[in-house]
Design a protein around this ligand. Structure first.
Ligand SMILES: Nc1ncnc2c1ncn2[C@@H]1O[C@H](COP(=O)(O)OP(=O)(O)OP(=O)(O)O)[C@@H](O)[C@H]1O
Length: 269
C-alpha cells in the first residue's frame, strides 16, 4: 500500500452516499433480526451503529458485507446493488471488515497476518508468492513494502515478527485492524474494535481510526458499546433496538433523542 503519497490534510467527507441500506429485513425462522432498516453512509464518514445486545447490529454488518442475504430490501455500495453478491465479490469492490471475536492466525507473525490481508491485491496466490518465482518475487517485494507501511502506521514495529497469539489482546485487535487496512479498502466495517480494551488502548485505537479516516480517506462503519468513545469518534450514529432503526443523527442529536434515551439507556420519560 502506497500510504504516504495518499496522505491527506483534510477529511474527505462528502454528501456522496457510499452505502445505502433500504428497507432491509432479515428473519431467522420466526425471529425478526432486522425489520425495514434504512440508512445511508456518506463518503469519508465515521458512522456508528449502536443499540442494546441483540438489537441486530452485527446482523446488519453481515448483510452489508454479504455474509447474510436480507430477506427483503436493498443494499447498494457506490450505487451498485450488493445484497445478493458473495462476501468475496463485495470485498473486491473495496469493502473490508473486522470481527467481534478476533479472527487472526495465531501461530503466524504480525507481518504474515498482514500479508494475508493483501490476498485480494495479489495476482498470484499466497502459496506461489511464497516460492519466489519470477514476477511473483517482484510482487512479493511490493506487498511486503505495503505491509511494512501498515506496521509503521499502526506502530507495530516491536511485534512485527512475533506470533500474534502471544501478544496482548489490545495489540491483536490493532493487528486485525491492520489486516483490514492491508487490502486498501475504501470502506471498513469494524465490529466492536475496542471490545475488551483498556481505556488507554481504546484511545489509541480511536486515534488510528481517525488517522486512517483523515489520511487514507477510509470510510468507517463501526459497532461499539462504549458510548463515550462513540460520541467522540462518530460523525453520525444509527440506533437499533430490537431490529428497528429507531434514530439516526449526529452525536448531539442522538444524545438528546428521547426515543434513544428511553430505549437504549433505559431511562423513563
Ligand atoms: N445466524 C443466526 N441464526 C439465528 N439467529 C441469529 C443469527 N444471527 C443473529 N441472530 C439473532 O438475531 C438477533 C440480532 O443479533 P445480532 O448479533 O445481530 O445483535 P447485536 O445487536 O449485534 O448484538 P450484540 O450487541 O450482543 O452483539 C439476536 O436475537 C440473535 O440471536
Amino acid at each position: 500500500m502506497n500510504m504516504l503519497p495518499t496522505i491527506r490534510t483534510g477529511r474527505g467527507r462528502s454528501d456522496s452516499q457510499v452505502i445505502v441500506v433500504e428497507n432491509v429485513s432479515l428473519r431467522f425462522g420466526g425471529l425478526a433480526a432486522l425489520t425495514n432498516v434504512s440508512l445511508d453512509v456518506r463518503e469519508g464518514e465515521i458512522y456508528s451503529i449502536i443499540g442494546p445486545n441483540g438489537a441486530g447490529k452485527t446482523s446488519l454488518l453481515n448483510c452489508i458485507n454479504g455474509f447474510y442475504t436480507p430477506t427483503s430490501g436493498r443494499i447498494t455500495l457506490g450505487g451498485d446493488e450488493i445484497a445478493r453478491l458473495s462476501p468475496a465479490t463485495i470485498a473486491r469492490s473495496g469493502l473490508s471488515r473486522t470481527f467481534q471475536n478476533l479472527a487472526l492466525f495465531k501461530a503466524l507473525s504480525t507481518i504474515d497476518n498482514l500479508l494475508l490481508g493483501r490476498n485480494l491485491k495479489m495476482r498470484t496466490n499466497f502459496l506461489q508468492a511464497a516460492v519466489f518465482l519470477g514476477p511473483t518475487k517482484r510482487e512479493e517485494v511490493k506487498h511486503r513494502a505495503a505491509v511494512e507501511e501498515i506496521v509503521h502506521f499502526l506502530q507495530l514495529e516491536a511485534v512485527r515478527d512475533e506470533p500474534v497469539g502471544q501478544l496482548p489482546y489490545g495489540t491483536q485487535k490493532r493487528i486485525e485492524f491492520g489486516r483490514a487496512l492491508a487490502s486498501e479498502p475504501k470502506i471498513i466495517l469494524l465490529d466492536e474494535p475496542m471490545a475488551g480494551m483498556t481505556q488507554r488502548e481504546k484511545m489509541e485505537m480511536c486515534d488510528f481510526i481517525r488517522s486512517a479516516n483523515e489520511m487514507l480517506n477510509v470510510t468507517f462503519v463501526l459497532i461499539e458499546h462504549d458510548i463515550g468513545v462513540i460520541m467522540g469518534l462518530s460523525d453520525r450514529i444509527a440506533v437499533l433496538d430490537r431490529g428497528l432503526r429507531i434514530a439516526e443523527g449526529t452525536p448531539r442529536e442522538i444524545a438528546a433523542d428521547p426515543a434513544v434515551i428511553s430505549a437504549y439507556l433505559g431511562v423513563e420519560h
